[in-house]
Design a protein. Structure first.
Length: 256
C-alpha cells in the first residue's frame, strides 16, 4: 500500500447488516490517520484492518444520523483508555457542536478528565481542512424531507448533511455521505480518482448514465443492504456495462 490510502471500514446502509459495519472510512496520509464517519461497528473494523488508534489525528462527521456518528464517543473512549497523547481534532457540522459537548457529559467523558486533548471545530459548506490534505464540504438535501418538522418543533438543529471531497498530493476521493438525490453531487463529480456514492437514496439508472460519460476513474457504491440486494446491484452494474463501478466491501483499501 502507498503512503496515502483510503479504506472502507463500514459499507452498510442505515439498517445494520451482520457482515458489514455501518458508515465509516479511514484516510491514511503518511503516518497520520483521519476517520470519516463512525457508525456502528466502525471501531472494531478499524482495529480488524490493523490501524493503530494512537495514530488517529482527526475525525470528520458528515451528518448525525446514528449509522454515521453513533460510535464517536466510543472512539474517544478507546483513545482515553489507551492514554493517547495526541491531539484529536473533531470536524463536526456546526449545528452539532453544542449537542456533542452535551453528549460527552452524558456519557461521562468530562472536560479536563479525558485523554486525548480534543479540539472541536464546527464547519459549514466550503473548505473544512487544508493542511496535509484538503477537505471540501458540499451541503446536500438528505434531510430536506424533515424541514417541516424542524419548523414545527422549533429546534435549532437544521439537520445538516454534507458530502466531502478529499484531495491529497497523490490522489482524490469524493464521499457522497447520504443524499437527497444524485442531483446533490452531480456537478461536483469531476477530476477524481475515486467516487464513493451511497446507493440507497439515488436513482441508479440516472447514476449509471452519468457514470458512463464521466472522468471519474473508479466508482464505488456503498450504503448497502443485505446480500441479496447487493447481488441484485451487481447484476444491475453488469447489465449497464460499467467496468469501473464496484460495490463496497468492509476492509477495501484504495491506494492514492
Amino acid at each position: 500500500m502507498s503512503a496515502n490510502s483510503f479504506t472502507i471500514l463500514g459499507s452498510s446502509s442505515g439498517l445494520p447488516q451482520p457482515n458489514r459495519a455501518c458508515s465509516g472510512y479511514l484516510l491514511k496520509t503518511g503516518e497520520s490517520l483521519s476517520l470519516i464517519d463512525c457508525g456502528g461497528g466502525v471501531c472494531q473494523s478499524f482495529l480488524r484492518c490493523g490501524f493503530d488508534p494512537l495514530k488517529l489525528d482527526r475525525v470528520f462527521i458528515s451528518h448525525t444520523h446514528s449509522d454515521h456518528v453513533c460510535e464517536l464517543s466510543l472512539v474517544i473512549q478507546m483513545l482515553h483508555v489507551l492514554r493517547s497523547k495526541r491531539r484529536l481534532e473533531l470536524y463536526l457540522p456546526e449545528e452539532f457542536v453544542q449537542s456533542f459537548k452535551d453528549w460527552m457529559i452524558a456519557v461521562y467523558q468530562l472536560p479536563g478528565r479525558i485523554k486525548p486533548d480534543i479540539q472541536v471545530r464546527g464547519y459549514t459548506e466550503g473548505v473544512v481542512y487544508d493542511k496535509e490534505f484538503r477537505v471540501t464540504a458540499y451541503s446536500n438535501t438528505h434531510h430536506a424531507g424533515v424541514a417541516d418538522d424542524v419548523t414545527r418543533l422549533g429546534i435549532a438543529n437544521k439537520l445538516e448533511c454534507n458530502s466531502l471531497r478529499f484531495d491529497t498530493d497523490s490522489g482524490s476521493v469524493f464521499y457522497s455521505a447520504d443524499l437527497g438525490s444524485f442531483e446533490d453531487i452531480r456537478s461536483h463529480l469531476n477530476s477524481l480518482d475515486y467516487a464513493i456514492v451511497e446507493s440507497t437514496h439515488i436513482d441508479l439508472n440516472d447514476f449509471f448514465e452519468f457514470a458512463k460519460n464521466s472522468d471519474v476513474k473508479h466508482w464505488i457504491l456503498t450504503h448497502l443492504g443485505d446480500e441479496q440486494q447487493v447481488e441484485e446491484l451487481k447484476q444491475q452494474i453488469m447489465s449497464a456495462g460499467l467496468l469501473n463501478v464496484v460495490t463496497a466491501e468492509d476492509g477495501m483499501a484504495l491506494d492514492l
